[in-house]
Ligand binder design. Structure first.
Ligand code: AMP
Ligand code: MG
Length: 435
């Protein structure tokens, strides 16, 4: 090596001794070879075949299932006029224009034990919330607004005829569409079906989803970790998301990074499921065999998406089964599942597409972003005086699963945008969208 007072360590012209300030160009990951998130979603959509098999099931088994037909209401709800308040049922024409009048109390209408007589003018009936409105009455006066002295009730002016009465069919009219085909049965729908006395209903057959983790470093929970090993967390995350999606789960465990092991696992998955999901082994590492096996057994549709986290993603088919090869990093698994797999599972399960809820929130602090990929940063959405604000959860690396747990939304930053300054408006996707 040439050293000397006027050549410097590099042995070149003296002018090079003074370091030239170097300004690095801003980082940019623009790569036209990457598929956009929207293109990927469209391609997936074109590959979906919804389940058509229908089964009749009992109402108590119907939570989370998808209705296979429009259901119309066999009865009115409420089935009869009833009181919305605890108070007194009377005839509206008895309400005084001014001052007050006494009415004689002739009985009680309980919820489930109606008053069976007829109520005449000048009379009233003690009534409980939900109890049937007695014949001859059409108005309820709340008990707090009436005076009782033994069998005499005094009411004053200021009440409206017909007040506090729930009318038959006010909630659901007999013969109307109760729930449409493609509706997922959640808590409200489950109650609605029960309110109609519907004991059996047609739903789509549950979608079967087989899944496994790949990676020589993975150990199942319950076994001690050796040097260089980690616990397989993806299968738990995936199981949780699949349970919320309401599909039937076929857990094929952890598969080693071996061509034949992965081939066998994919082969058996394709035999028992409509959808196969793997995590790990889809990147460009030397032990990443998933894409190779997919090519052998079926077809690969694409595998590089302009999103962060989650660039490597394999989509394909093995026979009729749809295949998703998700990346290995835990946050990438969740982000790609929510953006691609969940909408596919919902459509294949027969569920009617939902209109996604897109919110705008103000970034409280600067958000770092490199142009080139759509970012799904983990954010905490809060509201202050009715205005929405969002912060990131801090470090945005794809292995930081704790950030996913602290977050309540994705901050969705468009592919070509760079850093976001504090105070700018950004789009957020609340995690409640994925439930
Ligand atoms: P891979 O895509 O297989 O190269 O994995 C990317 C990263 O995700 C590596 O750091 C893996 O150790 C990690 N990883 C892969 N699978 C899992 C898993 N099931 N649970 C937790 N981390 C995983
Ligand atoms: Mg791996």
């Amino acid at each position: 090596m040439v050293t000397g007072s006027n050549t410097g360590d590099f042995g070149i012209i003296p002018a090079m001794k003074t370091p030239i300030p170097v300004t690095l160009p801003p980082r940019d990951e623009r790569d036209p070879g990457l598929l956009s998130v929207e293109q990927a979603q469209q391609q997936i959509h074109g590959l979906l075949t919804p389940v058509t098999a229908i089964q009749d099931i009992a109402l108590h088994e119907a939570f989370g299932r998808i209705l296979a037909q429009d259901l119309s209401a066999p009865i009115n709800v409420p089935p009869y006029a009833n009181s919305a308040m605890d108070g007194y049922a009377l005839c509206g024409s008895d309400i005084p224009a001014s001052g007050s009048i006494p009415l004689s109390l002739v009985g009680t209408s309980w919820a489930g034990k109606p008053f069976t007589g007829r109520v005449n003018t000048g009379q009233c009936v003690r009534i409980m919330t939900g109890a049937k409105i007695p014949e001859g009455t059409d108005t309820i006066v709340m008990q707090e607004q009436a005076q009782r002295l033994e069998q005499q009730i005094t009411i004053s002016s200021g009440h409206q005829t017909g007040q506090h009465v729930r009318h038959p069919g006010e909630d659901i009219r007999q013969g109307s569409v109760l729930l449409p085909q493609g509706k997922k049965i959640g808590a409200a729908e489950w109650g609605l079906l029960a309110s109609q006395g519907i004991a059996q209903l047609p739903v789509y057959q549950r979608l079967r989803v087989a899944f496994f983790s790949t990676g020589d470093e993975l150990r199942p929970v319950g076994e001690p970790l050796q040097d260089g090993q980690i616990y397989d967390s993806n299968r738990y995350t995936l199981t949780g998301m699949l349970l919320q999606a309401g599909v039937e789960l076929i857990d094929l465990g952890v598969i080693a990074d071996e061509l034949t092991a992965i081939e066998n696992a994919m082969h058996s998955a394709a035999k028992c499921a409509e959808v196969i999901i793997t995590t790990g082994g889809v990147s460009v590492g030397d032990a990443d065999y998933v894409k190779q096996v997919l090519q052998q057994l079926g077809q690969v549709n694409f595998w590089r998406i302009a999103m962060k986290p989650g660039k490597p993603l394999a989509l394909g088919k093995i026979g009729p089964a749809l295949f998703f090869g998700l990346p290995g990093n835990p946050v990438s698994v969740m982000a790609t599942f929510y953006q691609f797999v969940l909408p596919a599972l919902r459509a294949m399960s027969g569920e009617t597409a939902r209109q996604p809820l897109v919110l705008k929130a103000v970034a409280r602090a600067r958000i770092k972003k490199v142009p080139g990929r759509t970012d799904f940063q983990r954010g905490v959405l809060t509201s202050d005086n009715g205005k929405l604000f969002v912060d990131t959860t801090g470090i945005q690396a794809s292995h930081v699963l704790s950030g996913m747990s602290r977050a309540n939304c994705f901050i969705v930053l468009p592919r070509d945008c760079g850093n976001i300054e504090a105070g700018a408006e950004v789009e957020v996707q609340p995690f409640s969208e994925f439930l």
